[in-house]
Design a binder for this molecule. Structure first.
Ligand code: THU
Length: 160
């Protein structure tokens, strides 16, 4: 037996204003999209905005359902739309913001495990990293340069 240490790297920004201008614009798009989420059951609204290498911005918000598992997260709503509408484009950046209608969320809210798995599929497909910026309603923004920082030891098509 030998131990294996896996490390992840993140950057922490104090607020949106500290982000590069293009990412600020992307995050503000995620925030306005978040506020349009359909989340009557959880009262937890999430918005995602993707920047593609063809200069398109694609948005997604969580879409819930009375049959709870039929709902979908913001991130997957966005990436699956991007995959459908722009199958050749590469995703460069994703900005994510989450807001509870019940309490203030100031901690940065990372994508759920299922969305990390969905995102890494596209990182592998496009052979280029996707930078992930995520935040709560306000406050700090965290950045991962690759989904692999959020999801080490990925399961991908190389093992199939
Ligand atoms: N949600 C997202 O949209 N993205 C995530 O990464 C975490 C969770 C949504 C799913 C559900 O509509 C609500 O937030 C509460 O879990």
């Amino acid at each position: 037996m030998k131990p294996l240490k896996v490390t992840s790297n993140f950057e922490v920004y104090d607020s949106i204003e500290e982000l590069p201008q293009d990412i600020q614009t992307l995050m503000r798009k995620a925030i306005s999209t978040r506020d349009d989420a359909y989340a009557p059951y959880s009262q937890f609204k999430v918005g995602a905005a993707l920047a593609l290498d063809n200069n398109e911005i694609v948005i997604g918000s969580n879409q819930e359902n009375a049959s709870y598992p039929s709902g979908l997260c913001a991130e997957r709503t966005a990436i699956y739309y991007a995959g459908a509408a722009y199958p050749e484009a590469k995703i460069q950046n994703i900005a994510i913001s989450a807001k509870s209608m019940k309490h203030k969320v100031e901690a940065a809210v990372p994508p759920c495990g299922a969305c990390r798995q969905a995102l890494v599929e596209y990182e592998v497909k496009q052979e280029a990293n996707i930078a992930v910026y995520f935040m709560g309603e306000s406050g700090q923004v965290m950045k991962a340069n690759s989904i692999k920082d959020l999801l080490p030891l990925i399961f991908d098509n190389s093992v199939l």
